[in-house]
Write a protein that binds this ligand. Structure first.
Ligand code: THU
Length: 144
């Protein structure tokens, strides 16, 4: 679909799942994405004795994206320890939305779908700008 060469991305995600630090859940995850400038960024989950501190694989991926100069995500794939496609969790869909928007292609267990279908009616920067850069926001800053 849409000219994306998915196999190298899937292979990279699988490779990264092998580097996961997941001693608590024993559920390694790998993620890889294509950036609009041709880069490939990737991540694995990194857990912590404070269970709630766990970083999803997509967090590492987005970190690499931003630390490497930014850009827009074009296509993303996540997988479990045996290479099966994994749907990004809700929090990670939000994280990915910020850097890929509605057109970001997600390699889901049901096939490749745009982010607009897997995170419908997403909250995003536009919702904030609407208030902070609009009339209400300007009025709200008058006394600051
Ligand atoms: N996990 C991810 O890395 N990405 C997801 O989208 C779903 C969940 C990780 C977090 C945790 O380390 C383990 O999977 C079990 O929830």
């Amino acid at each position: 679909m849409s000219g994306v060469d998915w196999e190298p991305l899937r292979a990279r995600a699988r490779e990264l799942s092998g580097r996961a630090y997941a001693p608590y859940s024993r559920f390694p995850v790998g993620a890889a994405a294509l950036v609009d400038d041709g880069r490939v960024v990737a991540g694995c989950n990194v857990e912590n004795a404070g269970y709630g501190v766990a970083l999803c694989a997509e967090c590492g991926l987005v970190s690499e994206l931003v630390a490497g100069g930014g850009g827009r995500l074009v296509a993303v794939t996540c997988c479990n320890a045996i290479g099966e496609r994994l749907m990004p969790c809700g929090r990670c869909r939000q994280l990915l939305w910020e850097h890929g928007g509605p057109g970001l292609l997600v390699d889901t267990p049901l096939g490749v779908l745009p982010m607009s279908e897997v995170l419908p009616q997403a909250f995003g920067a536009a919702d904030i700008d609407h208030i902070t850069r609009g009339a209400a926001g300007v009025a709200g800053r008058e006394d600051s």
